[in-house]
Design a protein around this ligand. Structure first.
Ligand SMILES: NC(=O)C1=CN([C@@H]2O[C@H](COP(=O)(O)OP(=O)(O)OC[C@H]3O[C@@H](n4cnc5c(N)ncnc54)[C@H](OP(=O)(O)O)[C@@H]3O)[C@@H](O)[C@H]2O)C=CC1
Ligand SMILES: Nc1nc(O)c(N)c(N[C@@H]2O[C@H](COP(=O)(O)O)[C@@H](O)[C@H]2O)n1
Length: 227
């Protein structure tokens, strides 16, 4: 295949929003869903987020369960998967939680447009991979990750990265928790933002499963017309 098996995991409100119009993080799901997400993290080779999510949420992207971290170590892996930020201009803060919390490798994927001084600073904290001229070239990056041994990639948003991955045909499955709340707002991010598909290119999904969970429902979709 030449790229990792790739899935998006996300939580959205009943109206499809993944955070507020101020891009403020909302607890959409509950403990059962967070534990499910932890298991997905623990069984992935790498977790990827966009710089928008790092700046808005400052996630650590660590595996929370001690037993899952130990199981990974027993298998000869780092206690957590590789944490990857898609960050064309090398804006990731040096004190971001992904650098402070947890063990394991970090990758910042930047483009040729990233300021050299920022790249040098980030190189002290992570492996910096330059792919693409203005923006990170996701197709090239996934090929490189695959050759580095990343066979299973978890994408944790946000809305713009989800669009870029899907519109480049790089996503195999989507796991979407739909919670019992309405967030509203034209500008609040949704599961997939970006410029949107034209009618002829709309992506089709196949419903793999649906399960009542916490106060909402977990939907698992396979992406059909990927490349
Ligand atoms: N409920 C949930 O499950 C989740 C919710 N969220 C929410 O999502 C929001 C963040 O989403 P959003 O603002 O869309 O940011 P994203 O996290 O999707 O990051 C988008 C940024 O990635 C960078 N980028 C680099 N290369 C590319 C490329 N090839 N294509 C597209 N983008 C690229 C761009 O910045 P640059 O050009 O500078 O590189 C772009 O602005 C937050 O409010 C957060 O709370 C996030 C994760 C999960
Ligand atoms: N699965 C899920 N359910 C929710 O209700 C959420 N609010 C989120 N949000 C994302 O989870 C990430 C938290 O990561 P850390 O615990 O800091 O490692 C973060 O990216 C949120 O956007 N997810």
């Amino acid at each position: 295949m030449g790229r990792p098996f790739t899935f998006i995991n996300s939580a959205m409100s009943a109206d499809g929003k993944i955070s507020t119009k101020e891009r403020k993080q909302v607890r959409i799901s509950g403990d059962v869903d967070f534990d499910r997400m932890d298991e997905l993290r623990a069984t992935s080779d790498a977790i990827m987020v966009g710089i928008g999510t790092v700046l808005a949420d400052d996630p650590s992207l660590t595996v929370k369960s001690k037993s899952r971290r130990s199981a990974r170590k027993d298998n000869g892996s780092d206690e957590g998967p590789i944490r990857i930020v898609i960050d064309s201009k090398a804006r990731t803060p040096l004190d971001a939680d992904i650098f402070i919390k947890g063990e394991g490798k970090r990758i910042i994927a930047v483009s040729g447009s990233a300021p050299e001084d920022r790249v040098k600073m980030l190189q002290q904290k992570a492996l910096v991979i330059t792919v693409g001229d203005e923006q990170v070239d996701l197709v090239a990056l996934l090929k490189e990750l695959y050759s580095m041994g990343v066979k299973r990639l978890m994408v944790e948003g946000g809305a713009t990265l989800n669009w870029a991955m899907l519109s480049n045909g790089l996503v195999d499955e989507i796991y979407s928790f739909v919670g019992n709340l309405l967030i509203g707002g034209t500008c609040a991010p949704t599961l997939v933002d970006g410029s949107g598909f034209h009618e002829d290119d709309i992506l089709k999904l196949d419903l793999m499963s649906m399960e009542k969970m916490d106060e909402g429902v977990l939907l698992k979709w396979a992406v059909l017309n990927r490349y």
